[in-house]
Design a protein around this ligand. Structure first.
Ligand code: NAD
Length: 307
């Protein structure tokens, strides 16, 4: 019997070939919405999910399902309790996109350091103002404070240390000083990250514990010259407090790959600010990360189904 694997969204060739060469039948889904998956899944043994949500309703319709592979890091689109109730294994591809997200965090730091949103907005109208009178700084010698020191945070740290000669401090309650690479100082003092850093960058998961855990107090501790970078999740940040900190120049600026509402609300006033750079959740969207995610999720599916 050939196992059937549902693909609500297409995956990369590497992943397809891996599964097809091992005899799996790949089913192209009729869509990526919940109802589409409910229609397509009853006959399937596995599924690779990219943006689709695996809700309790989907698990109820999936009587043959044995494995869900998330095409990337995190499990936040999968109802893990429902998966457990139905005896379905859930896996992800945690390392597939770490490098790409780390590079985006560095990109945001460089973008902010040259005040590039403002420079870009004003350079045609007033060339010399954009060139000479918008404040700009180097990364060299500045302090980077990381919240979360896992796959992505640790990669950002090494790039900042060795590529830009930055000082790196990290807050991660689940790590020990022995786990830090040379040059990175682990602190258990959350506030210190905000007080001392020139760039604060988030790299921890969105959980009940971390929902809105960066808010008014944290922004008030930051230096007015400091930048806030979020390539992790919108849920981590109280966005009203962030908007207030940015619009009153309480902090110098921000680089954001994620907001709470995605796709974005064009009416969100944050888009009008000239000290912010915002991207539509592209941290993992490189060719390399997508290829790796497809292959890693295909390997995971095969490991579960081939026993
Ligand atoms: P990871 O699991 O490897 O690392 C997360 C780290 O956060 C761990 O070391 C953990 O100990 C730490 N942590 C947990 N709770 C914490 C807390 N309360 N305070 C500080 N640290 C805490 O995860 P990762 O792959 O490095 O991903 C980090 C974040 O990046 C996640 O939010 C993930 O969803 C996000 N992400 C974003 C994109 C994107 O496209 N922008 C892509 C992949 C991952």
């Amino acid at each position: 019997m050939r196992y059937k694997i549902l693909l609500p969204q297409e995956i990369m060739q590497e992943g397809r070939e891996y599964l097809e060469s091992r005899g799996y039948e790949l089913i192209t889904g009729s869509g990526m919405e919940e109802d589409d998956i409910i229609r397509d899944i009853p006959d399937c043994d596995g599924i690779i999910v990219r943006l689709s949500k695996m809700s309790a309703r989907v698990f109820e319709a999936a009587s043959k399902l044995k494995v869900v592979a998330r095409h990337g890091a995190g499990y936040d689109t999968v109802d893990l309790q429902a998966a457990r109730r139905h005896g379905v294994t859930v896996l992800n591809a945690p390392l597939a996109n770490s490098m790409s997200v780390a590079e985006l965090a560095i990109f945001f730091m460089l973008h902010c350091s040259r005040n590039f949103t403002l420079v870009r907005q004003t350079m045609l109208e007033d060339y010399y103002h954009a060139k000479l009178r918008t404040p700009k700084v180097e990364l060299d010698g500045k302090t980077l404070g990381l919240i979360g020191f896992g796959n992505i945070g640790s990669r950002v740290a090494l790039k900042a240390l060795h590529g830009f000669n930055m000082k790196v401090i990290a807050y991660d309650p689940y790590k020990t000083a022995e786990q830090m690479p040379e040059g990175v100082e682990l602190t258990q003092d959350f506030n210190r990250i905000f007080k001392e850093s020139d760039f604060v960058s988030l790299h921890c998961p969105a959980t009940e514990e971390t929902f809105d855990f960066i808010g008014e107090k944290e922004f008030s501790l930051m230096k007015p010259t400091a930048y806030f970078i979020n390539t992790a999740r919108g849920k981590l940040v109280d966005e009203k407090a962030l908007y207030h900190a940015l619009s009153t120049s309480r902090i110098a600026g921000a680089g954001l790959d994620v907001l709470k509402k995605e796709p974005f609300d064009p009416a969100d006033p944050i888009f009008a600010l000239s000290n912010v750079v915002i991207a539509p959740h592209i941290g993992a969207a490189t060719q390399e990360a997508t290829d790796r995610a497809s292959l890693h999720s295909a390997i995971g599916i095969d490991e579960v189904l081939s026993g």
